[in-house]
Design a protein around this ligand. Structure first.
Ligand SMILES: [Zn+2]
Length: 224
């Protein structure tokens, strides 16, 4: 903080018998006001929903808005306690689903990579912020593969012969491959994919380059 004081921060995860859970960030006095422990019943008033980490909550800054365990006098507390009695807190962590975190096919938690439409990706890639920051943009696309092609003007093959040391293109002469980049000469070189695909979704289409292993994934076979 600007005045040099360290502001306490604490994150807890709350859940219930719906098997959903969500992180709650507690700041400042609220973080130190109670002794938060796993397995407690907790009531939180006036939380603010944020999009951080999928979805999460920011707690109020008034300790009196948070009530824990025995001081709660509501029927809901008994219901939650009954549910907790039947569950081991440690196991819950693995079985509960984080709110706002889409489940993946393989069961692992989703990453923070956004899923965009092609039009949104183009807009993002062309935005001033992206260009100025000079950082790559990562996203997931749900799209159809329209064509696979080799860009015009190249030597019209789906692959090139790559140096086994540096992966750059090698020159072949009389059965030997010479790498202009690292200077290595060898009798062998690795065929490596370099082609393009056009993919589309409801918002538009885009051309993507497919090198090496990505090409293998798309075509389902290696370049040999
Ligand atoms: Zn090389």
């Amino acid at each position: 903080m600007r005045d040099g004081k360290v502001k306490s921060k604490r994150t807890i995860t709350i859940g219930d018998e719906s098997n959903s859970c969500i992180g709650v960030t507690l700041w400042g006095v609220v973080a130190d006001a109670h002794s938060y422990q796993a397995g407690q019943v907790i009531a939180l008033k006036n939380c603010r929903v944020s999009d951080y980490n999928g979805k999460s909550l920011n707690a109020t800054s008034f300790p009196s808005d948070i009530v824990i365990g025995t001081t709660l006098r509501e029927k809901r507390k008994d219901e939650l306690e009954a549910w907790m009695l039947g569950s081991a807190v440690g196991d819950l962590k693995d079985t509960m689903r984080q709110i706002g975190d889409a489940p993946r096919a393989n069961g692992s938690k989703g990453s923070n990579t956004p899923t965009l439409l092609i039009a949104q990706l183009k807009e993002l890639a062309e935005s001033i912020d992206t260009i100025n920051s000079n950082k790559p943009v990562y996203c997931n696309l749900n799209c159809d593969l329209s064509w696979v092609f080799v860009p015009e003007g190249s030597d019209r093959q789906m692959f090139y012969m790559a140096c086994e040391s540096c992966k750059k293109k090698v020159m072949e002469s009389m059965g030997r491959y010479t790498c202009e980049s690292c200077g290595k000469a060898s009798e062998t070189a690795t065929p490596t994919y370099n082609f393009s695909v056009r993919v589309s979704d409801c918002s538009g289409s885009i051309i993507l380059s497919c090198f090496g292993e990505i090409g293998e994934t798309i075509l389902g076979m290696n370049a040999r």
